[in-house]
Ligand binder design. Structure first.
Ligand SMILES: [Zn+2]
Length: 249
């Protein structure tokens, strides 16, 4: 199994790993920082380099384990051999944009639930914009202005964002089921990764925690890193479902 270092370290951009399997145009490594597409967050891209070759990582998918799809650069042919040590470098601009958008999406999900009683039912982010689908009848222009203003408040409050694992039974007993949606996770998952948006910097502590959600994506460590949020629009997605789109500066 590949050690998923993208789950623990959101600041590292480079890593070394050993090729465990090579098949067609894909390799499996013993560890990786490359995030595999999932949860509305696109796959990371970047490069793998060895002493005598270089490959672009064009896609990363997780099935039984994490597969890196490679495209040889220049004179390089084939794939790095099994047992070879490779250096992986993330396309950091892309990843960091995904982390900012993903964190902003947590803020939006939490505030729509708290202030509009609108649960998130879907989301997709890119490096340029993000959209979120929520169970709600119709957001007015005033609603959208309020949502934008509240998201920017949460950014300005410089709230810490932390992630940790929690036993599923403990999570089910102690977390708000409407937020964490543990019921949607496969029964085989017995340990959850919780992402927590904390209280404002200078606040009074645990009572100020804004959101706790089960999530396996990548996030920035403080809401300040999200930057200015602009809500760019809404559209109906059928009865009782609204899509909100937003962009970050
Ligand atoms: Zn997340």
């Amino acid at each position: 199994m590949t050690e998923p270092r993208y789950l623990t370290d959101s600041t590292a951009r480079q890593f070394e790993a050993t090729v465990e399997r090579a098949l067609d145009d894909r390799v499996v490594l013993d560890a990786t920082l490359f995030y595999p597409e999932g949860g509305g967050q696109p796959a990371d891209q970047g490069t793998l380099t060895t002493d005598d070759g270089r490959w672009r990582v064009v896609d990363v998918q997780k099935n039984d384990t994490v597969y890196h799809e490679l495209d040889p650069v220049g004179e390089t042919e084939g794939l790095p051999a099994v047992g070879t040590t490779v250096t992986g470098d993330l396309d950091w601009e892309r990843r960091h944009a995904h982390m900012r958008y993903h964190t902003a999406q947590h803020l939006l999900s939490a505030l729509l639930l708290t202030e509009f009683d609108a649960p998130t039912v879907g989301n997709q982010l890119t490096t340029e914009y993000a959209r979120l689908d929520a169970g709600y009848d119709r957001f007015t222009d005033e609603d959208l202005a309020r949502i934008e203003s509240r998201m920017n408040d949460l950014v300005a409050e410089e709230r810490p964002v932390e992630w940790y694992t929690m036993d599923r039974a403990e999570a089910e007993a102690s977390l708000d089921p409407e937020r964490t949606r543990i019921d949607l996770l496969p029964a085989s998952i017995d340990e959850l990764r919780i992402v927590e948006v904390g209280g404002p910097t200078g606040g009074s502590g645990d009572d100020d925690v804004y959101d706790r959600t089960a999530c396996a994506g990548t996030h920035v460590a403080n809401t300040a890193e999200v930057g200015d949020v602009t809500v760019t629009g809404r559209a109906t997605q059928g009865s009782g479902k609204e899509r909100v789109t937003f962009e970050l500066e």
